[in-house]
Design a protein around this ligand. Structure first.
Ligand SMILES: Cc1cc2nc3c(=O)[nH]c(=O)nc-3n(C[C@H](O)[C@H](O)[C@H](O)COP(=O)(O)OP(=O)(O)OC[C@H]3O[C@@H](n4cnc5c(N)ncnc54)[C@H](O)[C@@H]3O)c2cc1C
Length: 278
């Protein structure tokens, strides 16, 4: 269950991820309330209309779409929303911070894709879509400001990570933060200058772009993202990790982070699973 108002006794949240606790989830079977608790259904997501306020290419196949909801949405950077249009529902991660007053989404064009195709080929500023959410537990929770953090993803897996890293910095995270963004080649990387600038302003932040192909790598690291990470940080004991993007990659990285010493309760992940065929 989930509490909408009131204090949940700590015992009812024992063993839960910090992000679940922050959202008010608790185990009803061991919950003995000590004060009035207002209860919500655990999947009480909100549906509302949103207006496309801007559309901009971040790379050859990734578009940044900013949406303004009719009423303010209470979300955390790194969570995701589900967009609904003409009966098609697809989820996208939130790259913006709530103070921005809009939902920033990074949408990669999938050949023949219904939702991503519409955003890339037909959508206009001023068009509307329905938004359900927010959902997901992949976001920064403050309280352990000295803990080292690793954020890793490929492709538009950067969207939630771009939100999470800025959230952590805004929450005055002091420990080292390493952002790894992987792509097939240099053209697949995006927000490179923005992340470099962020790292320049925050000495605890390191940003490593990584590509598989070496020819046009420029100053990006070359190699599979897991090798690039582990060659730089072989021991991840005591670290917290955020892993997002392609489902196969997320699964593999979760395993590698765990085997390098990271506690499974410190691994937050969002796999961008394709929608089931309709
Ligand atoms: C929690 C979550 C967060 C997500 N966040 C993002 C995000 O931030 N940015 C983003 O771009 N996407 C994200 N996705 C993926 C997104 O929800 C859609 O699946 C994607 O945009 C494709 O939808 P579509 O309607 O364009 O394609 P569809 O019409 O669903 O698919 C068209 C065809 O392409 C195939 N296909 C679908 N996805 C892929 C793929 N990734 N690679 C190869 N073939 C594929 C389908 O099987 C189908 O044959 C997320 C998914 C989840 C579950």
């Amino acid at each position: 269950m989930r509490s909408a108002a009131g204090t949940v006794p700590p015992r009812a949240q024992a063993g839960m991820k910090d992000s679940w606790k922050t959202r008010g989830y608790f185990f009803s079977c061991v919950c003995v309330p000590e004060e009035n608790l207002e209860i919500d259904s655990a999947d009480a997501d909100i549906r509302m209309e949103a207006l496309i306020s801007s559309l901009e290419f971040l790379s050859g196949d990734v578009i940044r779409a900013c949406l303004t909801t009719r009423e303010p949405m209470d979300f955390r950077a790194g969570q995701y929303v589900t967009l609904i249009r003409n009966g098609v529902a697809r989820s996208y991660s939130i790259a913006s911070l709530p103070q921005a007053g809009e939902l920033e989404l990074h949408i990669r064009k999938i050949p023949g894709g219904q939702m991503s195709g519409w955003f890339h080929d037909a959508a206009q500023v001023g068009d509307t879509v329905s938004v359900v959410g927010p959902s997901g537990e992949c976001f920064y929770v403050s309280g352990r400001e000295d803990q080292p953090l690793i954020l890793a993803g490929t492709g538009t897996g950067l969207a939630p990570l771009y939100g999470i890293v800025r959230d952590a910095l805004q929450c005055r995270h002091r420990g080292p933060i390493h952002v790894f963004h992987g792509a097939l080649n240099r053209r697949g990387l995006y927000l490179v200058n923005e992340l470099r600038e962020l790292a320049r302003r925050h000495p605890q932040l390191q940003y490593t772009p990584a590509v598989l192909g070496g020819d046009e790598a420029g100053d990006a690291a070359v190699g599979p993202i897991d090798s690039v990470i582990l060659s730089r940080i072989p021991n991840l004991s005591g670290w917290r990790g955020f892993v997002c993007g392609d489902p196969g990659l997320v699964q593999m990285l979760k395993k590698k982070l765990f085997l390098a010493g990271m506690a499974s309760s410190d691994i937050y992940a969002d796999a961008f699973l394709p929608a089931a065929p309709s």
